[in-house]
Design a binder for this molecule. Structure first.
Ligand code: C2O
Length: 587
């Protein structure tokens, strides 16, 4: 059916309208807690409460922030394009402070097991100083070092050495894995906000935190083998040459091996960058094409704004998980799920955050994630310039077992920290998706019965919703380059302990959705299990400017969005998933 009339009860709001309807209904299952302390009681937090632009927005400068109105506020500012995020009238300026190791507490696994991931504590903290970079370390593609026996011997030795260090040595692989666990599974309360945890995923800290984490891991290994030029290999999963578990990790006699990986995903099984818990019989050629298209979409089509690339702002006093950036969401999360062992209770090792760092492949996976940041910038992408990102602090143990305080701002330039990536082919640069349908048929085939208008909705099967666009006027290329149109699915609530993926299609047929290499596929929401007994709440934002152009829908007043939930097979999947959707376009 072509562009059905808007159901009268559909709750859609639009940035350019002056009145709007909220769909963020209070949900008694997950009561909201306002945890921002008042300025009066926390003078040292340095909050800057910016003036609100709209008087009707319920914003209390002294600390109470109504998240429903925050979302509306973003949408109602009359802004179109992600530039609007920069002018969020509710922005507080305090960056997330580094954790206080003395307050580190138990973390949890998805199955409810409580674990102690806390690092050894020390009161001496050194502030990181950019070193003399010395010889540039070049991180090689993992598939290219399989025959480089000298490199391989060093790398194996380095991993062997971190494996045999005593467990309480902060340089040991066990402790390195715990660093990830405590920052990702509830180990650290946020300083000044004792009932908030620090979480470095699903937000704009994802890239810089992991860059620092790899930096120290690599330095530790280099020092142990007495080779300051040692550099981690990257898992080149964005190119066909690297779209399988690199062979250096699959020799059971090597220190690089981890037995807790999916047995069905050993080479030559091609990696599925859209993996959602189950294998299908897609042939290799199609899979590679889908993967390359996925990379094109995540890195080119949708990386026009740095907020979509990095993820959503996350500042002192914020609830965790405001929203992941493109690559964190896909394929980073999918590769975790694809690699972990589904016969383990929590998909260990790679399939859940608390154990991911026990598998040496984790650090190569993240080297490639980090490489995407470098490629994004090499192609003209910009870093965030706000101080509440730049001044965010973290603590890591360095190669000398000293505790070091680092800031995001010192992570931006890899060359200053002495490393770069081997130049390899980037075939996804040319892998633009094509529309499934011919131009004159590019409308969603969705019956009125399939259209949902009641929100929040529990997503147990495919649903479609018609979403009004902020403007149906044709935009120039310059306007599009400046302002991304963003599909927002907010209020996504789900059990953190379960694996979850929701595919999102625009103007597609609800009964038989298109393939993963088609322009209609706007990508997915993907969750890697972590945390027990905890409902997580987040927002998915998909840049769709190019998608609308590809589908010839630029001048339509609405689009039809179809959501297809995929749940992993037991035992990874646990608990129920509840979705509370709002939909909106905003910048
Ligand atoms: Cu911190 Cu790949 O996750």
């Amino acid at each position: 059916m072509a562009s059905p009339p808007l159901p009268p009860t559909a709750k859609i709001f639009c940035p350019n309208s002056t009145s709007h309807t909220s769909t963020a209904t209070f949900n008694p299952l997950f009561p909201k807690k306002s945890r921002r302390p008042s300025l009066a009681t926390n003078p040292k937090q340095g909050f800057v409460c910016k003036a609100t632009k709209n008087n009707d927005q319920n914003h209390d400068c002294m600390g109470k922030l109504d998240r429903r109105n925050m979302l509306i506020g973003l949408g109602a500012g009359g802004l179109y394009g992600t530039a609007g995020l920069e002018t969020n009238p509710f922005a507080f300026a305090a960056p997330v402070p580094p954790p206080d190791l003395a307050t580190c507490g138990p973390a949890d696994k998805p199955d409810g097991t409580i674990i102690d991931c806390c690092p050894p504590n020390t009161t001496t903290i050194i502030d990181f100083k950019l070193p003399d970079p010395g010889p540039i370390r070049t991180r090689p593609a993992a598939q290219n070092v399989a025959k480089d026996l000298l490199y391989l011997a060093k790398y194996k030795e380095a991993v062997e050495l971190v494996r045999v260090l005593p467990e309480d040595d902060p340089r040991s692989l066990a402790q390195q894995a715990m660093v990830h666990c405590s920052y990702c599974d509830g180990g650290y309360p946020m300083a000044g906000f004792s009932d908030l945890e620090i979480q470095v995923h699903f937000c704009w800290l994802f890239y810089p935190w992991h860059r620092w984490y790899l930096y120290f891991h690599e330095k530790i290994m280099g020092k142990l083998i007495d080779d300051p030029t040692f550099a981690l290999p990257f898992w080149n999963w964005d190119a066909p040459a690297g779209m399988y578990i690199p062979s250096i990790f699959t020799d059971p006699t090597s220190s690089l091996y981890d037995q807790y990986r999916n047995a069905a995903h050993q080479p030559p099984k091609i990696l599925d960058l859209n993996y959602g818990g189950t294998d299908d019989d897609t042939d290799d050629k199609t899979r590679i094409k889908e993967n390359l298209t996925t990379m094109y979409q995540q890195m080119i089509s949708k990386a026009t704004s740095h907020h979509l690339f990095f993820g959503e702002p996350y500042r002192a006093g914020d609830d965790p998980n405001p929203g992941a950036g493109n690559i964190e969401s896909i394929p980073h999360n999918n590769i975790h799920l694809w690699t972990g062992d589904p016969t383990q209770t929590n998909g260990e090792d790679m399939g859940t955050f608390c154990s991911a760092g026990r598998d040496p492949i984790f650090y190569s996976h993240h080297s490639n994630v980090d490489r995407m940041w470098s490629l994004y910038k090499a192609r003209g992408g910009t870093d965030i310039t706000k101080t509440d990102w730049l001044d965010t602090g973290f603590l890591f143990y360095n190669e000398n077992k000293n505790l070091v305080r680092v800031k995001v701002r010192d992570s931006l330039d890899e060359s200053k920290r002495g490393y770069k990536y081997q130049d390899v082919d980037i075939p996804w640069l040319k892998s633009k998706p094509t529309a499934r349908k011919s131009k004159n048929k590019r409308k969603a085939a969705v019956s009125s019965a399939q259209l949902t208008s009641k929100f929040p909705a529990t997503l147990s099967e495919t649903i479609s919703v018609e979403v009004a666009r902020p403007s149906a006027a044709k935009r120039t290329a310059a306007e599009k380059a400046k302002e991304e149109e963003v599909l927002v699915i907010s209020g996504i609530e789900f059990a953190g302990s379960g694996m979850l993926k929701v595919d999102v299609y625009v103007n597609d047929d609800a009964d038989v959705v298109s393939g993963k290499d088609k322009a209609e596929f706007a990508r997915s929401f993907v969750h890697v299990p972590h945390r027990a007994n905890k409902k997580l709440k987040t927002t998915l934002r998909l840049g769709i400017t190019n998608l609308l152009t590809d589908l010839g829908a630029e001048e339509d007043s609405s689009v039809v969005v179809t959501l297809v939930p995929k749940f992993g097979k037991t035992p990874i999947t646990k608990g129920g998933f509840f979705f509370f959707l709002e939909h909106n376009w905003f910048g």
